[in-house]
Each structure stands twice: as C-alpha cells, then as structure tokens.
Design a protein around this ligand. Structure first.
Ligand code: M6R
Length: 358
C-alpha cells in the first residue's frame, strides 16, 4: 500500500535509493560489470545498436544511445511506433527493447520488426515474465520493484542505470567498442549513486519552487547532451500529471524557434548539471533577457546568480550521472505542482500504466 504517503508516485520517488540498490546489487566488481544474464562475450559481433522504446523509456534510451555511441558503438534510439525501415538491420545489429512493463504493444511490435530483419534482440524491463522477456533473446531486469503510479519515476532512474551497466558489457565484448577510460571511477560513482539520491531527497526545495511557479502560462525545460533527454522527460512528466503546457527543448535550439514562446508569464527550468551545464546557462540567460523566470537545476557551487531566480541543487556525483539527479528534482517539481492543482496524480486522465494497443 501507500503507507504514510498520499500517492504512490511520491512513495516511488522516495523509493529511488532502494530501487537503485536493487538495480546495482552484485553487478559491479571494481572496474568491471557482472551481469548474470549477459556473461562476458555475449555481445561479440555486435557492430551497432538500436534502442526501441516509448515515452519515459524512450528518454532512458536516449541517454543510453549517447553512452553507447561514445563507447564506439553507433547507436540510435527510436520511438518504437516510428521504427520502420529507418536504418539497415542485420545480424550485426543488436535491437534492445526498453520497457518498464514489458507489455507496451508499440515496443513489442518494433522488436518483432527488428527480429524479422535478423537483428539479435535483448530486453531491458522491470517485470519478470513479461511479454518482452519471452520475445527477446535475452533480458536484463532492472529490479526496481513494482511501480503503481502511472507516471514512471523510479523505473526511469533504474532503467538508465541498468542501461549504463549494459553499455559497459557491450563495449567490452564488441570489437567496435571501448570501455571508458575512467571506468573504475565511473563505476564507483554509480555504486555511490543511491546515496546521492538519498541526500537530494533529504534536502530538496522542489516544493517551494512548485508553489512559486504554479499558474504560469507554460513551463519549458532545457538541457544539452545527457541533460537533453532529461529536459524531455521533465516536460513529459509535467504535462502528464499537471495537465499544464510543458515542453522540453535542446537548449541550443531555443534560439531557432521556441524562444518566440518565452514571455514574462513562462518559466524556464534550465538543467545546468553535466559537462555542458555552462553552455545551457548561456541559453538560459538569453531566455531571461526576454523576461522569463528561470529556475536553475545546478550542481553545488555553480554560480547561477543574475540568471536564475531560483535554484535547485544536486549533490556531487560523476558529471555523466548528474542529469539523473536533476531529473529527481524535476519529478518532485511536477509532483508538487500536480498536488497543488488537485490533479489525479496516480491515475492521470486519459492515460494507462501500460499501453497494450498500437
Ligand atoms: O512500460 P513502458 O516503459 O514500455 O511504458 C512506456 C510509456 O508508456 C511510459 O513510459 C509512459 O510514457 C509513462 N507513463 C510516463 O510517465
């Protein structure tokens, strides 16, 4: 049950440290990754990767696509419902379905299309025995525990972490891949990551930020690099449970169109974590000059004065993981806003937890 919580969503946000410990348990060993489901050598012969997913899982896939591409494996993330003859598929293709429920019809359909074109298949899912686990050659379970709220929260975080571990395995198995140089340091940060989430949850000011920005005409989320998928995810969560107008943009794209939407009655949530945070700060400044209110989501110690009216801090972690912490702040902003507006948070209108029609 929900216990002391008003909503499952809130309970599941708070359960992220525990969910992550489940995802990570026994899977990191010094500078190597140990996945029972995928022993070393599993991915020999893989030359490129297609990630197939919908909604929040697609945003997790976008993060993983960047990681895999940087590890030398050309990777594309596709919205499963759009995966039709877009790129060549053959035996050197690894098609990975990323789906929390394992029952999403669009994702299962895309996986079947990949398999028919001779791709090797894998699944990343939370639900043991789900349809996807029966259809894919092999399955990696994210082990986040059951998620009841329609809004995906803890499963997004755990999916990204599971995909990070999978990236390591693919990169070390495949001839094309190279394991990151800072693997030991990065994997140590990953092991400590549940503690960073715990610290954030204990210190967040997200509720105040929600109260201050409720009732604005529109809410825009901007980020670049690993923070771009986080901007998309922040906006999806916001529209899903608050029913307010929200959009996520690549921060560098603002000036190519979306800046026309920015007024004194909008809020821009700028994701300033990660290696490219300073660049997004410049883009936030351009928005600020048009009179918008800027909320920064920034690492400790970053000077955002002059641009941001408010700031949500994220604890220290590896820069490639900091966007995931920023995302937890955005989950909380969406939750508190939806709460303040009296929305049906665990069961938003018109939506279902798993979408079993194409
Ligand atoms: O179970 P799946 O991960 O395949 O679900 C995909 C989407 O339907 C899902 O992530 C949806 O976007 C969430 N409700 C967003 O919070």
């Amino acid at each position: 049950g929900k216990g002391e919580y008003d909503h499952y969503m809130r309970k599941e946000i708070d359960a992220q440290p525990e969910a992550l410990r489940g995802t990570l348990a026994g899977r990191i060993d010094g500078d190597d990754v140990h996945l029972e489901e995928f022993p070393p050598g599993t991915f020999e012969g893989v030359e490129h990767v297609h990630l197939l997913a919908c909604g929040t899982s697609y945003h997790a896939a976008l993060v993983a696509a960047r990681q895999l591409t940087r590890a030398g494996l050309p990777t594309s993330a596709f919205r499963a419902s759009e995966y039709y003859d877009l790129q060549p598929v053959d035996e050197s293709t690894l098609a990975v379905a990323v789906t929390q429920s394992g029952e999403t019809a669009d994702t299962l359909g895309a996986l079947r299309r990949a398999r028919e074109a001779d791709a090797r298949t894998a699944a990343v899912t939370n639900v043991v025995g789900s349809s996807v686990s029966r259809e894919a050659d092999d399955t990696l379970y994210i082990r986040a525990g059951p998620e009841i709220g329609v809004a995906a929260t803890k499963t997004f975080t755990s999916q990204v972490v599971a995909l990070t571990l999978l990236t390591h395995r693919i990169a070390s198995d495949s001839e094309a891949g190279t394991v990151r140089e800072d693997a030991a340091e990065f994997l140590a940060a990953l092991e400590a990551f549940p503690n960073a989430v715990e610290e954030l949850l204990a210190t967040t000011d997200a509720r105040t930020v929600s109260d201050d920005n409720m009732g604005r005409d529109a809410h825009f989320f901007i980020g670049r690099d690993f923070e771009y998928p986080v901007a998309l995810e922040g906006a999806l969560k916001f529209k899903e449970i608050t029913y307010e107008h929200a959009e996520g943009f690549a921060s560098g794209e603002l000036k190519h169109g979306p800046l026309a939407l920015v007024t004194t009655d909008t809020t821009v949530y700028a994701l300033l974590t990660g290696e490219r945070g300073e660049e997004t700060l410049k883009n936030a400044e351009e928005a600020k000059a048009r009179g918008t209110h800027v909320v920064a989501i920034a690492p400790e110690g970053m000077d955002v004065g002059g641009v941001a009216g408010e700031v949500l801090r994220v604890p220290d972690t590896h820069p490639d993981l900091a966007g995931l912490l920023a995302n937890v702040q955005l989950q909380l902003v969406s939750y508190h806003t939806a709460y303040g507006l009296g929305r049906s948070i665990d069961k938003p209108r018109n939506l279902a937890k798993s979408v079993t029609v194409e």
